[in-house]
Design a protein around this ligand. Sequence first.
Ligand SMILES: [Zn+2]
Length: 159
Amino acid sequence: MPKKKKKYAAAEATPLTAQERISRYMRGNRAKHTQPELLLRRALWHGGLRGYRLHWKKLPGKPDVCYPGRRLAIFIHGCFWHRCPHCLPAMPKTNIPFWTDKFARNQERDQRHREKLKAAGWQVVVIWACQLQENLDGCVFTIRALHAGAPESYWLEAA
Ligand SMILES: [Zn+2]
């Protein structure tokens, strides 16, 4: 009997090719509880910033994390789908009109949700997946400050 194939591959040690990265982002976009999101949630929990709600349906755009008592909404954006201004992910090389249109719609939707939230008196923060990877502590530090009442301008990604 051949050995059963492992369901989950071990974490790769080699860097991913562009195509692999794109496939991974695409998978990430479908999932609700993505890896960056879990990373931040765990850090918030361990940092004592509890009492958050996840994907609260009552709010425009169902922010990934929010603190209703503080009116603080946090979106964790995947860099590829939401077109990160920091790491500037490469555009796919094929089906360019499709992707251009898709990205434009994603960005418009993001903006619409931010505006609605702000109109309802919420502070809105966008944290990019690459920022979480690079500086998770910094992200938690920022959220802690906003949670404690710092003005939105405190964070450059305040939207
Ligand atoms: Zn990024």
